[in-house]
Design a binder for this molecule. Structure first.
Ligand code: AHR
Length: 338
């Protein structure tokens, strides 16, 4: 019995020693335990385009410019392999706000938005910020504090207004009565294009804006507004300044219906430089168009990727834009992509 218990005690000792040895080996090499992943290392993962999920809230489909802008975004997303969740706001701010809230709930990586009007975005942008989702403004600015958006990609609308005015002053030789066709009320391009234009013409006391009529950036409303103005002022009108080409094309129809010659009896300057505007210049019905570039897709996704990967981006990336005249229209038109 004594012999048996001595043997048992010996075996027990051996087992204890073996256990201690194995445990020591495990901790030394560390190989039996999974490597812990630190949160900072998880954040260091740089996303690529095909891992990027982007929510985009578009203004609507009000103009040829907008159609070209939407096509540029969708084509770029497709060719880069980005997952794009696209929402058409149909020119209604409430639709855009709903879309942004949906993108937040879907936990997209970044939200692009072209705000239909300048104000009223603070709460929903704050919601995106609280959820850690960056906002990139595209094409139009919003009046919010700098911390509520990461960057703005788009045109200098004041500069466009100034360029349109310089051309107008030249066409009118310093004297004349102008009808202004205004874009969507409260939108950044309507506000800034009006302001830029006035900054230049205020130096010419014989040039007057006799009426400013809203046309919501559409052909139909531009035509309607111009028909009303012709009823009111008739032959007194020397020129039309339209905040976009679509409204100018609507005005051209109204002027022809009234029995005057657009481009001759009434000079017309507008903004965007869409293909149809080039055709109007070739036909002698439009006197100039100031470019506003809608082909922002590739630049937008490049920015989105940088923002998501915490790379620095400027607060504003302005577009480079020119002015086009009838004499170059036929040569330039084939190369226009919108
Ligand atoms: O915000 C850009 C403007 O919006 C374009 O000039 C106009 O055509 C569009 O609807």
């Amino acid at each position: 019995m004594k012999k048996f218990s001595r043997l048992f005690a010996h075996l027990l000792n051996m087992l204890i020693i073996l256990g201690i040895f194995l445990t020591a080996c495990t901790f030394e090499t560390g190989s039996a335990l999974p490597e812990p992943t630190l949160p900072s290392e998880q954040n260091n993962h740089k996303k690529s385009y095909d891992e990027l999920v982007v929510g985009y809230s578009q203004v609507g489909a009000e103009s040829e410019w907008r159609t070209g802008n939407t096509a540029s975004l969708k084509e770029a997303a497709e060719s880069l392999g980005v997952e794009l969740l696209f929402s058409d706001g149909q020119q209604q701010q409430e639709n855009q706000i709903k879309a942004i809230r949906t993108f937040i709930a879907q936990r997209v990586d970044v939200i692009g938005v072209s705000p239909v009007v300048e104000t009223g975005w603070d709460s929903v942008f704050q919601e995106a910020k609280d959820a850690g989702i960056p906002i990139i403004l595209v094409d139009r600015r919003a009046k919010v504090s700098d911390d509520l958006y990461t960057t703005y990609l788009g045109s200098d609308f004041i500069e466009e207004g100034k360029n349109a005015a310089l051309v107008m002053v030249d066409l009118l030789e310093g004297e004349g009565k102008i009808i202004e066709l205004v874009g969507t009320i409260g939108s950044a391009p309507a506000i800034d294009r009006a302001a830029g234009f006035r900054q230049v013409i205020q130096a010419y006391p014989d040039i007057q804006i006799i009426a400013s009529q809203p046309g919501d950036f559409t052909r139909a409303k531009g035509e309607e507004a111009m028909a009303d103005m012709l009823q009111l002022f008739g032959d007194d009108i020397d020129a039309v300044y339209a905040h976009n080409d679509d409204m100018a094309i609507g005005a051209i129809r109204a002027i022809e219906a009234y029995g005057l010659r657009p481009g001759q009896d009434i000079k017309i300057v507008s903004i965007d430089a869409i293909r149809d505007a080039f055709q109007m210049m070739i036909d002698g019905k439009l006197n100039a168009t100031v470019e506003c570039n809608p082909l922002l897709g590739p630049q937008f996704f490049d920015l989105a990727l940088k923002v998501v990967n915490n790379e620095p981006v400027p607060k504003w990336i302005p577009s480079e834009e020119g002015v086009f005249f009838p004499e170059d229209a036929a040569e330039v038109m084939p190369s226009r992509r919108y």
